[in-house]
Write a protein that binds this ligand. Structure first.
Ligand code: SIN
Ligand code: FE2
Length: 221
């Protein structure tokens, strides 16, 4: 066996057992944490995406991001020539972003609690879609009004290599394989650590198809 299917099996063989892996002072990977939630999350996600479909956004520097984005919640993260920011309206429709479904909110608060952040109440859920080849360059999440709340990030579909760096762009990065259902939470002293995603490898996920979808929950406003 060779090609994308073989890669997927090889990745599945590397998949980590359920449990909590500490990756920073206040950062954890919760392996498979989202798996029992998938049947509740996916229909809600479909509803959100019907209202605010994925679109590719342009950075202030004029580059089109390889990941396609959407959002739900009171605030959605946006980039265009005017800069990075959160907006209450979907710029595509000029209507409010879809409300954050209860199941997503509940899921995110439980995951945060599991990682030591019991007071999390997200008002923004950024939805990133990566097709094979798409990536996310190293960056800090710093468009939020306050950094007291953590970031809760859920991986669905194709596996990814998540880069978890330090407080300087040039700091060494940990390479963390993330699989369908894995959750990463970083907050507290780790809240502003650089992070990114290496280019997604070719493949077809049995549930999600030829893509990776990542949800990141934040308190933005
Ligand atoms: C992000 O940093 O916004 C996305 C991270 C990921 O896709 O895992
Ligand atoms: Fe980020």
């Amino acid at each position: 066996m060779h090609g994308p299917t073989a890669d997927l099996f090889a990745d599945a063989a590397l998949q980590q057992p359920p449990g909590r892996e500490q990756i920073g002072e206040e950062s954890y990977v919760l392996r498979g944490y989202a798996l029992p939630w998938i049947d509740r999350l996916l229909p809600e996600l479909r509803r959100v995406l019907a209202q605010s479909p994925f679109r590719q956004m342009v950075t202030p520097g004029g580059f089109t991001m390889s990941a396609a984005l959407s959002s739900c919640g009171a605030l959605g993260w946006t980039t265009d020539s005017a800069g990075y920011r959160y907006t209450p309206l979907d710029p595509r429709s000029q209507q409010p972003w879809p409300t954050m479904p209860d199941a997503l909110h509940e899921f995110a608060t439980r995951a945060a609690t599991e990682a030591g952040f019991p007071d999390f109440s997200p008002d923004a859920c950024l939805i990133n879609r990566y097709v094979p080849g798409a990536k996310m360059s190293l960056h800090q999440d710093k468009n939020e009004r306050s950094y007291t709340a953590p970031v809760v990030s859920v991986s669905l579909g194709l596996p990814a290599i998540f880069l978890f760096g330090g407080h300087e762009r040039s700091d060494k990065t940990q390479k963390i394989s993330l699989f369908h259902g894995d959750v990463v939470v970083w907050g507290g002293v780790d809240r502003l650590r650089f992070h990114g995603v290496m280019p997604i490898k070719e493949g077809v996920h049995p549930i999600m198809g030829p893509q990776r979808i990542n949800l990141t929950f934040r308190t933005a406003g």
